[in-house]
Ligand binder design. Structure first.
Ligand code: GDG
Length: 724
């Protein structure tokens, strides 16, 4: 049975040491609830740190056993590991960098080493559990290296990865001394998930700039594998917050608070202590509100919950001081005997009390400088049963992409923030309900269960796709079988692509001339009476003629436009015209002018724009542009636009290597067929082959309609030599 293994830095249960014993406390975090339905299923497990330093082997065994009953497997970390891996690299290097606070980032080699070592520790823990068929889902920035480590040990494993924090622009990533290793670590996964399309775009760009892998529609070709990248905005357990807000306890708490506050209206802010959350800016904005609009004094209070977090990291201690100082100053300056401007709590609350605060508040102030998603915004929405209340939301929280009915603000613009608070306080009820209703529908539907389900489904899909396009490597036993059938056949057809198949690629197409070894090999093959050797290429017929014309072989040139059986004249596949070139050529020239390094290749019945010598990113952008442009231009013609390996080719539709190859099959009725090719245009040949034909794809990406694959042109020559 295949299982799912969830891996995150922390387990959804915290083990606490009390005077007498150890206690196990379930975490109420969104991730724990969202994945609860998955990891508690028969056989599934969650792997992570239980939040405790164990003292001896007995204690370790006890914790392990207790957790096992609740489908959890602990990874025990030591104090130095937590210091260097967690507080160090994770929270003092990655966290600030990924939240655009590079000025707070430290770059300690020893922290990096601990990060590698702890990722390795997690890897060993997962490998000890995981079977070949299992699905592994890794979470968050503490474990960026884990996917590749797992991949190395289990090349066939199904591995997903989700990043809960933002993925920043390439300009920030490039600052990290270990940037390549981090990206390579992530690319070990089959599917990489981010909260928003923006983060995903940044990731793809960093991968392209730092590792040189381009992508299309979120699919990265790494050479060895295809990695799928997608956006999955995480949701909350909606009903849980609806119920918590409706609970007896929440209603009672609210009544107590309301009595204490009397008529005073409430603006609410809830965060973990973190510089990314914009807490100080929010306080300044509140001060500005009561300065600009004195009428709100004694009428409105800010309830601010700050949950203690990471106080071992220096910046957090400094931030705490700044907040304490600001609250103290503002309260001292504006408070009256009967009114406190800011009610500040530096602690966490049980869920029902949190729910009562959501009920109480008319306005929620969620104004982070950067936030991967921000679940507080969604929880506030879920808690407003009567549809009243206004959410003020930072444009730099992932949630802003979805919750566009909030008042969206720029958190550094204190003036705008103060105005938004004022607008929220005077917003008519019907408008509040309209906005809140729309947000509730969305948050209800795209809840955390839908999120987890969608991710798992995409992961299964990415694996399925890899399998459909997987080819078997041409192993010695397969080769043996191939040769046996070849030797037993009376009529044999060999369809051989040229560039990238018989001869290695050359940045200058004219330099890929056949060498002596190749010429001898082709001649020897062609001179065997049972053999029909066909060069099936995209090249123009003049070049093929000049390079190989003296050999007793057949030619299919220009992707099937020109044909020449050995000893005969060149003939057109069908009558063609090339007047369309007059209109298309100037467009290609425009793209050459706009894309340094690109050039046009003229063939008799087709035009090709090459961009392999252009900057990789620019080339990809221009190619997409050109494709759109040409698709539009050619929509009413019988022209076909084809994308190849760093080329775009325009030619008459309906003719390709496949249609031409089919003519050879129909003419010669071979009882053994071998077709070898390396790029997208060769897929047409593979498609046209009967199922028993030996189809072989050349290249490091073994994804193809071909049945078999080999790594390089050297392997192709070795294969052909073995047929002599
Ligand atoms: C990371 C990303 C992303 C807060 N105070 C109390 C309390 N909370 C709960 C909230 C909410 C959670 O903590 C905070 O979640 P956020 O999403 O706001 O932020 P991070 O912890 O930084 O999480 C973030 C998230 O991962 C998920 O992908 O959204 O962007 O930074 O659920 O309700 N809960 C209780 N008492 C409190 O006092 N019980």
């Amino acid at each position: 049975m295949s299982r799912t293994i969830i891996v995150s830095n922390r387990l959804p249960t915290k083990v606490l040491r009390t005077e007498e014993s150890l206690t196990f406390q379930a975490s109420e975090g969104g991730l724990a609830t969202g994945l609860g339905s998955i990891y508690r299923q028969e056989g599934n497990v969650w792997v992570g740190w239980p939040g405790l330093f164990v003292e001896d082997a007995n204690e370790e065994a006890y914790v392990r056993e207790q957790l096992r009953d609740d489908s959890m497997v602990p990874v025990f970390l030591t104090e130095p590991e937590i210091r260097d891996f967690y507080e160090g690299f994770s929270n003092s290097t990655l966290w600030p960098t990924f939240h655009y606070f590079s000025q707070y980032a430290t770059y300690e080699q020893s922290h990096w080493e601990a990060y590698v070592a702890v990722n390795e520790k997690f890897c060993q823990a997962v490998l000890a559990l995981a079977g070949l068929e299992d699905t592994i889902w890794v979470h968050d920035y503490q474990l960026l290296l884990l996917p590749a480590m797992l991949r190395q040990a289990r090349p066939e494993a199904t591995i997903g990865f989700f990043l809960h924090i933002p993925f920043p622009s390439y300009e920030l990533i490039r600052v990290l001394p270990w940037r390549k290793e981090l990206l390579e670590g992530m690319l070990g996964a089959d599917l990489l998930g981010f909260h928003t399309f923006g983060y995903m775009r940044h990731f793809l760009s960093a991968v392209s700039q730092l590792l040189g892998f381009s992508s299309q529609n979120g699919q990265i070709e790494t050479g060895a594998r295809t990695v799928l990248v997608d956006a999955f905005p995480m949701g909350i357990d909606y009903e849980r917050y609806v119920q918590a807000a409706a609970s007896e306890a929440a209603v009672q708490h609210e009544a107590v608070y309301r009595e204490a506050l009397r008529e005073v209206r409430v603006i609410l802010s809830i965060d973990r202590l973190d510089y990314s959350k914009g807490i100080a800016q929010r306080l300044r904005a509140f001060e500005l509100l009561i300065q600009r609009y004195p009428e709100w004094r004694e009428q409105v209070s800010l309830i601010m919950v700050v949950v203690p977090s990471r106080d071992q990291v220096a910046q957090y201690a400094a931030l705490k001081e700044e907040i304490d100082e600001l609250v103290g100053r503002i309260n001292a300056q504006y408070r009256t005997i009967t009114w406190t401007p800011i009610h500040y709590f530096y602690r966490s609350f049980p869920l029902e009390e949190l729910a009562s605060l959501y009920r109480l508040a008319e306005v929620a102030l969620v104004t982070p400088m950067r936030d991967g998603m921000n679940l507080v915004a969604k929880e506030f929405v879920a808690s407003k049963a009567d549809g009243r209340g206004v959410l003020i939301l930072s444009e730099r929280a992932g949630a802003a992409r979805e919750l566009s009915d909030a008042l969206i603000i720029n958190p550094t613009d204190t003036g705008q923030l103060a105005e938004a608070m004022h607008d929220a306080l005077v917003m008519p009820e019907d408008e509040q309900q309209l906005r809140m209703g729309a947000m509730q529908a969305l948050v209800r539907q795209y809840n955390v269960f839908a999120w987890a389900k969608l991710f798992m489904a995409r992961l299964a899909y990415s694996k399925m796709k890899q399998h459909t396009l997987a080819t078997e490597t041409l192993s010695p036993p397969v080769l043996e079988q191939l040769r046996e059938q070849y030797q037993g056949a009376g009529q044999r057809l060999l369809l051989l692509d040229y560039d990238g198949t018989l001869a290695p690629f050359n940045a200058n197409p004219q330099r890929a001339k056949p060498d002596q070894e190749l010429l001898l090999l082709l001649r020897a093959l062609a001179e065997m009476p049972q053999n029909r050797v066909v060069i099936i290429s995209g090249r123009d017929r003049q070049t093929l003629e000049a390079w190989l014309g003296h050999l007793p072989i057949d030619f299919i040139a220009e992707h099937g436009v020109w044909l020449r059986p050995a000893g005969e004249e060149w003939q057109l596949f069908q009558t063609l015209n090339n007047e369309w070139m007059r209109d298309i050529r100037p467009i290609l020239e425009l793209y050459v002018a706009r894309t340094a390094g690109s050039f046009i290749e003229d063939k008799e019945y087709s035009l090709v724009w090459h961009y392999r010598r252009a900057d990789a990113d620019l080339g990809a952008v221009r190619a997409r542009d050109l494709l759109n442009h040409l698709t539009f231009m050619t929509s009413n013609s019988d022209l076909q636009v084809m994308e190849g390996n760093k080329v775009i080719e325009i030619k008459t539709a309906g003719i390709n290597k496949g249609t031409a190859a089919a003519r050879w099959l129909a003419t010669y009725h071979p009882d053994f067929t071998l077709a070898i090719g390396d790029d997208r245009t060769d897929e047409d040949t593979f498609r046209a082959m009967p199922p028993e034909a030996y189809t072989v794809k050349v290249g490091s990406t073994p994804r193809s309609l071909a049945r078999f694959s080999v790594a390089s042109t050297t392997d192709v020559r070795r294969l052909l030599r073995s047929l002599l």
